[in-house]
Design a protein around this ligand. Sequence first.
Ligand SMILES: Nc1ncnc2c1ncn2[C@@H]1O[C@H](COP(=O)(O)OP(=O)(O)O)[C@@H](O)[C@H]1O
Ligand SMILES: [Mg+2]
Length: 237
Amino acid sequence: MSRGFFITGTDTGVGKTVVTAGLLAGLRARGIEAVAMKPVQSGGVMVDRRLVSEDARFYLSLSGISLDPGDINCYCFPAPVSPHLAARRNGEEIEPDVIKETFARLAGRYPMVLVEGAGGLCAPLREDGFTVAGLARELGLPLIVVARAGLGTINHTVLTVNWARHLGLTVRGIIVNGCSVAGPDELEQDNVRMIARMTGAPVLGVLPRIPGLSVEENRPMNLLATMNAAVDWDSIT
Ligand SMILES: Nc1ncnc2c1ncn2[C@@H]1O[C@H](COP(=O)(O)OP(=O)(O)O)[C@@H](O)[C@H]1O
Ligand SMILES: [Mg+2]
């Protein structure tokens, strides 16, 4: 039976793609033939005159999986706006069944599927208010929550974890992303401690800022080595 995780975040731009790519490469380095998917991308990039998901491209280049970004991405819109609006501007509506079919196809071929959401849990995918959280529930996957390291993260992370649980979702753990390069400073360490205490969810890793890394420019730098050192892999595999 296939397993997987739904990678969500406390906000957009918190590092979901970096963490998803790092988990994917780290799992594969541990002999688990995982794959990742990005169901909905708003703000795709032009590659060879084709609009592709930059998040999907980033996972594939770090992990070396020879799939096309289109194999692991269902919807890719040019505008970097909320998915429901990006879809409307394209004259489309996001269909959860299309995403579920792609997930089922990947889950039939790979023993673990990582699914990256868009924005945070309450980001709407459709005009009718169907959200990212609704998609996570329909896919039946436990969550990994990516959180910022600095000021404000306790509030955002506790809200996200409590809302997930209110909706009946399982939170497998939290990965704190973007702490100081030399390791978490006093504020960041305290944030991690309070997040663990106030949510009761395990902090599965604390990932530092990696100089030069860029999803937009497809530059993973030493992400795999950094993830290897930063993550509690026994809890994930
Ligand atoms: N640990 C990190 N070190 C360096 N840059 C990072 C790190 N995490 C995220 N970034 C950068 O921050 C931006 C947002 O990260 P991303 O993973 O794309 O967020 P999300 O998927 O949540 O929108 C990207 O430009 C990415 O390159
Ligand atoms: Mg992303």
